[in-house]
Design a protein around this ligand. Sequence first.
Ligand code: GLN
Ligand code: ZN
Length: 751
Amino acid sequence: MTLAHILGFPRIGKQREIKKALEAYWDKQLDLASLLAIGRQICRENWQLQHTTLDFVTVGDFSWYDHVLDTAAMLGVVPARFATKQISLDVLFQMARGNLTENVIACEMTKWFDTNYHYIVPEIEDSKQFRLSYYELFEAISQAQALGYSVKPVILGPLSFLWLSKCHPIKFDKLSLLDNLMQVYQQIFKQLKALNISWVQVDEPILGLDLPLAWLDGFKKAYGTHHGLNILLTTYFTLFDKIALLNDLAVQGIHLDLTKNCHQLEQLTRDLPNQMILSAGVVDGRNVWKCDLSSCYGQLLKTKEKIQDRLWVASTCSLLHVPVDLTLETTMDPKVKSWLSFAVQKIEEVSALARALNDETPHPLFQISDQCLKMREQSSLIHDPKVKARIAHIEKDMYHRKHPYPKRTKTQKEILNLPLFPTTTIGSFPQTQDLRKLRFEYKKGVILKDEYQAAIAKQIENNIAIQEALDLDVLVHGEAERNDMVEYFAKLLQGYVLSDNGWVQSYGSRLVKPPILFGDVARSSPMTISWINYAQSKTTRPVKGMLTGPITMMRWSFIRDDQDWTITVTQLALALRDEIEDLEKSGIKIIQLDEPAFREGLPLTQKDWPFYLNWAVNAFRLASCVVQDSTQIHTHMCYSEFNDIIESIAQLDADVITIETARSQRELFLALEQFDYPNEIGPGIYDVHSPRVPTIKEMVDHLTNAVKVIPSQRLWVNPDCGLKTRDWAQTKAALSNMVAAAKIMRRSTPS
Ligand code: GLN
Ligand code: ZN
């Protein structure tokens, strides 16, 4: 029999129950018992869903905050500052969120591979600390078994755990800890066996990365001997090019993401060690489209002929990265909806494929899938001949400004007439309770458009007045009309649809709702012009036009799978190009295209970097190079490891980049010592994520360091990101100090 399973299910609940419960618990509005009850209920629903359709119920995918954090707790990796004998849920929350009252800082958080999920980075302080210390997994297994389910637990494997961890001191060779760590894993395997577990899913997503040889040997060490139960080793998100390694492993199954490995399926089945199970990840856990069941079936059938019951069917990765249930969408265009599949639906797809392979007759779902796919392929909603024609006629010069930066900057300086060390902010101002309420009431129809617009206008007017009073040089309108920098534009662009309930976990209780890009993208009408012009009409100082760049629009959306991303990003760039052209025509002198997702878009394997960077740079240039020399293009990025891509950042040819550095100033400055960044740059001089108001002296010191690597003629002064998470008191105090610091610098610098 071909078995069916998934690698994991979303843990937020259909109605975002976990978010509400966690926040209420942290707020002391909910007691522990009630919180636990809500989590258990989510688990039970998820298990039941899998039990009725699949061969295994996956247990261990649920987490109160993050599964890497849970793994760290299980292995006893808890930093000493959380000093504790007994690891409880509250200790986990402290590790994730810090403890403000006791001044204990949280563990770091970073992106889970190339997804928008963030995990808590384990901090290994002492190799002797590895000890089986947290038993949540075993309890969950017992609960699921008590309900009569066939349980397949999932754990994060030892090599991926080490790879993703941070050691003190930083240069320490983490791999040397493997032997010690394996002792705890052996204990875990033993306990699982005692619980009558026959298959355990061990996630080793790093198997798809460029691994040093020593780490490959690490795999042989960790998995070279039999652990007493069946191990399904999984890898996802990447091409798997280490098939030969499998011969040295004593695991009983391997799971691969076939959206990445499909073309080598034949070779994979040929080279698969005898006896080994191949779990074929065919239902995409990263995107929201219905699976092409017939075509998958065709491929799987060929594989099945070769390896028979050693073939299993699965989702490509955990379904954590897609929304929970499509049936909750009631307002979406029914045509678009019929092309989609969220986690609940994906389980049905996995099951349909396995059943068809076992019965050798197509499942009824196949017919629906065929029909929907055909409709999607031919839909006029997707295909816009005008967009396609425009792409076909892109000329080379559309990627270039009229003149190089040195010439442009002279023109810009004459027009803008800014002082040395010009001051500006990144775009957003505090999103107060009142503002959120206003947008919410407008969305719900409680207030009408006129009233809403009048309130936004008032806010913009205030924002301008405040910035003038602070004596900032380049102003922003404050983004009061935007709840989210991607969704705002997605709502206005052709080719996008928004979901009502398509929430996906970003970290802990924080969820995001990525818009769905389903068709050819174009701008139907201007998106920002009226608000930006309104802001500009209230001041003689320049106001920045504020847009989200093509890469970030793409990275923070679910994008179509029926065309290459390079075409999608080019369409986005052209739509933004129209907006930029109109902003310039309307008299706006400075336009900022935010690209916070530029760095994180880098592929997981380095050999793929040049291709990505080339297209990403071109998309930005295609959007921005429409303007005259006199218009100043800004961009903004906020991810601190720029060093390895600083040359690509320079190739964007933005006149000014504002960049987050407050938390890792030294690194950017090191990069700038080695690479002479040619245009203007504003290294963020204070951290907007902290409520603390930085002093004038701190900021002067920061700028004094900056002028050592960036000539003062090309240095801007700004916070490191948008101010929407701060309150007004903090914002005004910090900006006032920032402007004072810039003035001190001006006085001590000959112009
Ligand atoms: N302009 C946006 C803001 O100020 C940029 C946000 C970001 O970098 N993530 O909020
Ligand atoms: Zn930012």
